[in-house]
Design a protein around this ligand. Structure first.
Ligand code: GAL
Length: 690
């Protein structure tokens, strides 16, 4: 499925089991009227599909598929394993997950199962297999969604007795002997050497704190364990369904981080995510999550749940304004999405989501968004084939779940937020209309070679193979930008005994001499302040200066590394002085090292706007070319190039107010009219050639 579909697909998530059967035909007809082509069903219907153990009732779902088929709608079946039926938990209470605090989850909601439980695994395999076999000859069914939002609601980090056994076998596989584990984790610290596997605890709580090696390994185990559970379903469906017969996918929730989704996506035909913009912290997060989900397989993705109206799980659940659903949908397609499936068809009258919007209201009336989607699908129909193509970026940003977890466990400074740092980097490029792909840590040099600039921020866990790939990438002419906390830890999450950055030590002639962490206020100015207080000087930056030009920049006063450049290294920026306590002034903050045809850079501080300008505009101008030249930068204004030859571009206004954009030259709209300036209405998207 690595290829682009020539035309964008629209669809909807539908729960026929919530509504009287006599409604289904009208539902299907209306779906068809507004231009929907695919419908996802079934993902929470286990109690109806298997009302008692091994008594299956697929008749109703067959009738639902048939009704949808009469309108030419194609169906994606969701396996129902995110919500086990209550009879199963009564029969086998050991399928219930246990939280870190020891609370056993109960039935009544969803995602309360333990992914290790052998009985649950058997039941999962069986229902997935039964469904896969049942629908093989039904050509209205075009694909599968496994489970629903794996990793959501936290159940994949389960702390029950079965998980403890699985954890021990996982450790045995990784370390072979308890002695090896003791060495790898350094359990002699506080005299916690283990003599038997059975002595290794699940990290549910101890006096003081656990070894971060134990904790990181538990996170790795929980992720691998969830993927093992997930892959059972993949196997059950694959027995019947080849990629030619139909696809197998999964819908991740963008904010979840308990599972390494790069690994989990590997066996799928494509990956999808659930796009709830109002659940995100910033507008720029939308583009970040698209690029991240695309990067999970480095291939086009889907949105399996697209908010079409307000959601029900944030603080205020704000209204979705006219035009916003069109904007989000077009942004999806512009950022590499092949199919957008709206959540959901009709507002639920019962259960936990009665306040969640639908395309139809509770009483079946057509919401205004019904009409918005209808005119959007007419608009999409008029666009040429292959209109939507995610452009290939020249800049890549690396993402590592192990770095994320290691830094969640030991940020050392509570404001050091790995994901936010990546988002800030991505957003600073987005603001300059620069496309930035997101790739996993460990990406090999063949793929890296496709980029001119690769950025690795806080890649704290060393990977010695990857270091060779980075070296090759640089020697072959690439530019590598490293930003703080590089290779401080060995893979088992113990500190390196080499000079930092450990894995790069052989070829990068820059060392980290000292690391400094700062509270959010000036040291010395408030001797008795505790972390968490925010005095008036909280926003004081750190300064950097360029000795040659005299230029001064600002960066974040949060984390500073004093660099020790060795022979052949160029010093680019030194730390300046903002406050009297800046004893580090004069130390090196940015240095670079030429290698073969390329260059590696180490930045010892987290950038803010001024530093980003310096990086993207001064240092890496060539690598950071914008999608369209000379366009202004506004908050919420996005520019995306598209088309199979990159011959079109789109301007998006995410703001609730209009924007007037001087284009700097003449461009042509799709209808051929020439423009030099354009006004984007609130939430507008417009397309241009050129
Ligand atoms: C998703 C979930 C859906 C629905 C939706 C509500 O996380 O997959 O089933 O609950 O949120 O916004």
């Amino acid at each position: 499925m690595a290829t682009y579909l020539p035309r964008p697909v629209l669809g909807v998530d539908y729960y026929p089991e919530h509504w009287p059967e006599e409604n289904w035909r009208l539902d299907a007809e209306q779906m068809c009227v507004i231009g929907l082509k695919v419908v996802r069903i079934g993902e929470f219907a286990w109690s109806k599909l298997e009302p008692r153990q091994e008594v299956y009732d697929f008749d109703w779902i067959d009738r639902a598929v048939e009704t949808l088929d009469t309108q030419g709608l194609k169906v994606i079946i969701g396996t129902p394993t995110a919500a086990p039926p209550p009879w199963m938990a009564e029969m086998r209470p050991d399928i219930l997950a246990r939280t870190r605090e020891g609370q056993v989850l109960t039935v009544g909601g969803r995602r309360f199962y333990c992914p290790s439980n052998a009985f649950y695994r058997t039941q999962t395999f069986r229902i997935a297999r039964e469904l896969a076999r049942h629908f093989l000859q039904n050509y209205s069914v075009i694909g599968w969604q496994i489970d629903n939002e794996m990793g959501n609601h936290g159940n994949c980090r389960c702390y029950c007795a079965t998980c403890k056994l699985n954890w021990h076998s996982w450790l045995q596989q990784r370390y072979n002997s308890v002695d090896n584990l003791n060495k790898a984790w350094g359990t002699i610290f506080w005299g916690q050497e283990f003599r038997e596997w059975s002595q290794v605890p699940l990290p549910t709580g101890t006096g003081a704190r656990y070894s971060p090696s134990l904790e990181l390994d538990y996170y790795r185990f929980a992720s691998d364990n969830a993927i093992e559970y997930f892959n059972l379903q993949l196997e059950a469906i694959r027995e019947f369904w080849t990629p030619q017969r139909g696809f197998i996918t999964h819908n991740i929730f963008y904010g979840d981080d308990n599972i390494d989704f790069f690994k989990m996506s590997a066996g799928l035909d494509f990956i999808a995510f659930d796009n709830y913009p109002h659940g995100m912290k910033a507008t720029s997060d939308l583009a970040f999550y698209h690029d991240y989900v695309y990067g999970l397989k480095n291939e086009p993705h889907w949105v399996m749940e697209q908010a079409a109206g307000p959601i029900n799980w944030t603080k205020y659940n704000p209204a979705v304004a006219p035009g916003q659903t069109r904007l989000w949908t077009l942004q999806n397609f512009l950022r590499g999405v092949q199919g957008t499936v709206y959540f959901n068809w009709r507002e639920a009258r019962f259960g936990g989501e009665q306040y969640h919007s639908g395309i139809l209201n509770h009483d079946g009336r057509q919401h205004r968004v019904y009409h918005e989607i209808m005119s959007l699908s007419e608009e999409l129909d008029k666009l040429p084939d292959n209109f939507f193509r995610k452009p290939k970026a020249k800049v890549a940003l690396l993402f590592g779940f192990e770095d994320l977890w290691a830094l969640q466990l030991e940020p050392h400074n509570e404001a050091f937020d790995y994901l936010q740092i990546l988002k800030d980097i991505h957003a600073s490029l987005l603001k300059r209309h620069v496309q930035c792909d997101i790739l996993p840590r460990g990406t090999n040099s063949d793929t890296l070679k496709e980029y001119s600039l690769v950025v690795a921020a806080a890649p704290i866990i060393s990977d010695y193979d990857e270091s060779n790939d980075w070296q090759r990438f640089v020697v072959d002419g690439g530019k590598l930008l490293l930003i703080t906390r590089v290779g401080a830890k060995e893979p088992s999450n113990v500190w390196t005994d080499r000079p930092q950055p450990a894995a790069l030590y052989e070829w990068l002639n820059i060392r980290v001499e000292e690391m400094l962490s700062f509270p959010p206020y000036l040291p010395g100015a408030h001797p008795n302040k505790l972390i968490g207080d925010t005095p008036a000087d909280a926003d004081v930056p750190v300064s950097l200066y360029d000795e040659v030009t005299g230029r001064t920049l600002q960066a974040k006063r949060l984390w500073l590394e004093l660099l020790d450049p060795q022979e052949g290294t160029e010093i680019i920026l030194r730390y300046g002085k903002v406050s009297d306590s800046d004893f580090f002034q004069g130390s090196v903050g940015l240095a670079s090292c030429k290698l073969g045809n390329g260059e590696a850079y180490y930045l010892g501080v987290l950038p803010t706007a001024g530093t980003f300008d310096y990086l993207w505009v001064d240092l890496f101008r060539q690598e950071c070319a914008p999608a369209v030249d000379n366009l202004p930068r506004y908050e919420g204004f996005e520019v995306i190039r598209t088309g199979d030859q990159g011959q079109y571009f789109a301007l998006l206004n995410h703001n609730g107010y209009p924007l007037t954009i001087p284009l700097g030259t003449t461009y042509y709209k799709l209808d051929g009219s020439a423009v030099e300036q354009v006004t984007l209405k609130p939430y507008d998207v417009q397309f241009f050639r050129g």
